[in-house]
Ligand binder design. Structure first.
Ligand code: ZN
Length: 140
């Protein structure tokens, strides 16, 4: 597991994982990561999940994918956020997902979220996304 930060290049829109402020690998725009807060997402492996990737949306903007048993960190400025995890339900041929809303503030700078795809019963595939603690995160 790496210690990378995910961001979307504001110029060309390429989603990439970096160690810190760096030029976009595609268009070479120097990207300064917001220093305010971090949204950390962990996709749990302790479920009957199928290993397909989940799409991550932050305030409606696609920020790449979250693989099985993967952790990512997304630096963000202070503000209100709506995180949505979506995956393709192949049996229904449509996207299913779940969202969670919260604020990143000076007193709430790091938000930990854990996601999982669970199959509680036949034909009822669903996703869980809930607040977590630092201890519940997979080590980076
Ligand atoms: Zn770029």
């Amino acid at each position: 597991m790496s210690n990378l930060l995910r961001f979307k290049c504001p110029k060309c829109g390429t989603v990439q994982d970096v160690k810190g402020d760096a030029p976009c690998w595609k268009c070479h725009t120097l990207v300064t990561l917001p220093p305010d807060g971090v949204i950390q997402l962990y996709r749990m492996s302790s479920c009957m999940g199928i290993g397909s990737s989940m799409e991550i949306y932050i305030n409606g903007i696609l920020l790449g994918y979250l693989g099985f048993d993967e952790t990512i960190r997304i630096p963000v400025p202070y503000g209100h956020y709506n995180v949505m995890m979506k995956f393709m339900d192949y049996t229904l041929s449509k996207y299913k997902g779940i969202g969670l809303e919260f604020d990143i503030t000076p007193t709430n700078r790091i938000v930990y979220l854990k996601a999982a795809r669970v199959i509680p019963g036949l034909g009822t595939n669903t996703v869980i996304l809930e607040p977590a603690t630092a201890e519940e995160m997979r080590p980076l």
